[in-house]
Design a protein around this ligand. Structure first.
Ligand SMILES: Nc1nc2c(ncn2[C@@H]2O[C@H](COP(=O)(O)OP(=O)(O)OP(=O)(O)O)[C@@H](O)[C@H]2O)c(=O)[nH]1
Length: 552
């Protein structure tokens, strides 16, 4: 019998059955339908659609219309901000009224702010002062002004709701840098700590606006501390960003008050427009400062190290000054010291940092502190803001506010254009930075801002949906270019002649202080052996020797 032959089994098809495919297709279509339905209901999606005006590119007045929309938006925002401020002011007056008799007496305040001990110390120190000392009167008046300043700060603190938090932070030794008034008391504590600990205070000013970054209250507080035993040196930093004649003017002006050293603490940001000052380089100026501090430490002959506090507005270059001094140390010594973090944005340094140079010298870095001008005329700047928006814009142009805390950079650009309008050559250089034709409208009245920002947005690709220029982003670009020195600008030193008052009498600010200040400048310059280090004549000569050729 022949054996039965079994057929080889047909391999099973790997094809997806049609029924399964249909099932998948149906499920996918249902999912997409559901997603579309949900998206239609989503209010966010609608508001996004609304924002885009959808004006066709061929529409002849598109530009004008966009401009108008943007202006309306800004007006609304300003109105909102104004209403909020009014409500806040009304609330605080109400709160003050309610407080009424429950006002703290001075002792309680002293206790709370920990100022009693310091005041007592200062009183004792003040009574130790020899009456025949020509500086006694000056120190006494500085102490009085410092007390007044303290009182003003404290009364400002009473209105500050968030203070308890900031005090806790400062107790822990870490101060968070914030732009708002909530950390005002924390700033004040840091400042007091640095001044208390320091034998020498280096007050760093930005050479582009020295008076804007200078406060009389700070100088008075340093003069008053320890009965006048502290030394204050003004450091004019970032001199590479101003031309030699302007530097000369500022050195002459500031040296009427305190010994002043020009400094280039760091190299400029990429593409910054700098001026070539002969002999005023990063190594030469930092060596000069280093030698001056060493001379002072040697002359004091103390058993402990001299403490040098570095104070100033945010972003003036305090950490860079310390790093420049560290770079003067020899290789291995330098490697052993941790450098201070420095950065282009304000608010990099957040706590007091002590850097030991050697057995004779310790440096104290501190967070940048903005001192508001108090009723006593703290600020020496001639700029008087007309409203809170302009005051904020002024701080933005001083680079004192971290970028994240700048809600609206447009008023800062308006203020910048207004200032540059007074110097046509600077305005021309600024338009060249963005490759723009001369501005339309009057920059002094703020008319030119929007046109300028729309053009900057186009040149720098700051465009939103549908190619609408993002003017806020363009304004931020301008602010950053200003901060990093890509846009040039500076203030001129006040003339020594003074200003004629209504009565026709010519007065120089701080006239009465001048004679005593002269004594200070001469005595202190001797202690630091500053005569040979950019003294009046040499500093002027060095600045004179510089050329105004810009370097890229
Ligand atoms: N062009 C120029 N830029 C400088 C100079 N010194 C410092 N800078 C720059 O200024 C910026 C701020 O420097 P920092 O040393 O961080 O300033 P700071 O005062 O410690 O800042 P905060 O920590 O915010 O208080 C950095 O981008 C530095 O590179 C200088 O002499 N010339």
């Amino acid at each position: 019998m022949a054996g039965s032959i079994t057929k080889p089994k047909k391999p099973k098809s790997k094809r997806t059955p049609v029924r399964l495919r249909h099932k998948i297709e149906k499920a996918s279509a249902a999912k997409q339908r559901k997603a579309r339905k949900l998206a239609k209901k989503n209010p966010e999606w609608r508001s996004k659609l609304k924002k885009d005006p959808g004006i066709p590119n061929l529409f002849p007045y598109k530009e004008k219309l966009l401009h108008q929309i943007e202006e309306d938006r800004i007006r609304k925002k300003e109105e909102q901000q104004r209403r909020r401020e009014l409500a806040k002011a009304a609330k605080s007056t109400e709160a003050q009224k309610n407080e009424g008799d429950a006002h703290m007496d001075e002792d309680a305040m002293d206790e709370e702010f920990g100022g009693e001990d310091m005041d007592d110390d200062m009183d004792e120190d003040a009574s130790d002062i020899d009456e025949s000392n020509p500086l006694a009167a000056l120190i006494a008046s500085a102490k009085k002004a410092a007390e007044q300043y303290d009182k003003e700060l404290q009364s400002g603190d009473e209105m500050d709701d968030d203070d308890d938090d900031s005090e806790d932070e400062s107790d822990a030794g870490v101060i968070e840098v914030q732009g708002g008034a909530s950390s005002r008391r924390a700033y004040d504590k840091v400042f007091k700590q640095v001044v208390e600990q320091a034998d020498v205070v280096l007050y760093v000013l930005d050479a582009r606006d020295p008076e804007g970054t200078r406060s009389r209250d700070v100088e008075r507080a340093v003069m008053a501390a320890a009965g006048g035993g502290k030394r204050l040196i003004l450091i004019l930093n970032k001199v590479d960003l101003i031309p030699p004649p302007v530097l000369r003017g500022w050195l002459a002006h500031l040296r009427r008050f305190f010994p002043t050293l020009p400094l280039r603490a760091s190299t400029p940001a990429p593409n910054a427009h700098t001026f070539n000052h002969r002999d005023i380089t990063v190594p030469s100026t930092s060596s000069a400062l280093f030698r001056a501090l060493k001379s002072y430490a040697a002359s004091r002959n103390l058993k402990r190290a001299i403490s040098v506090g570095v104070i100033g507005y945010p972003n003036v270059g305090k950490s860079s000054v310390i790093n420049a001094l560290l770079s003067r140390l020899g290789g291995s010594a330098r490697n052993q010291r941790a450098a201070c973090p420095a950065g282009a944005e304000a608010g990099v340094t957040t706590s007091i940092r002590s850097v030991k140079i050697d057995n004779r010298l310790t440096l104290l870095d501190s967070p940048g502190i903005v001192f508001p001008s108090t009723s006593g005329g703290s600020s020496t700047s001639t700029f008087v803001p007309k409203n809170p928006t302009e005051a904020h814009a002024h701080l933005v142009l001083l680079n004192a506010i971290p970028p994240k805390q700048i809600n609206d950079p447009i008023p800062a650009v308006t203020l910048l254009l207004k200032r540059l309008a007074a110097h046509p050559e600077l305005m021309e250089r600024m338009t060249k930075v963005y490759d723009l034709p001369p501005l339309l409208g009057n920059p002094e009245s703020g008319d030119a801002t929007m046109d300028f920002l729309i053009q900057v947005a186009r040149k720098r690709g700051r465009l939103g949906r549908g190619g609408v220029p993002n003017v806020a982003s363009a304004a931020m670009t301008v602010v950053t270019d200003w901060r990093d020195g890509r846009i040039q600008g500076w203030t001129e030193a006040p003339s020594a002649v003074g200003v004629a008052g209504k009565d026709g009498v010519v007065k120089i600010a701080d006239e009465e202080v001048m004679a005593d200040q002269k004594v200070i400048v001469t005595q202190w310059a001797e202690e630091f052996k500053l005569e040979g280090l950019w003294g009046d004549e040499e500093g002027a000569a060095a600045a004179e020797g510089g050329n105004e050729v810009e370097m890229q």
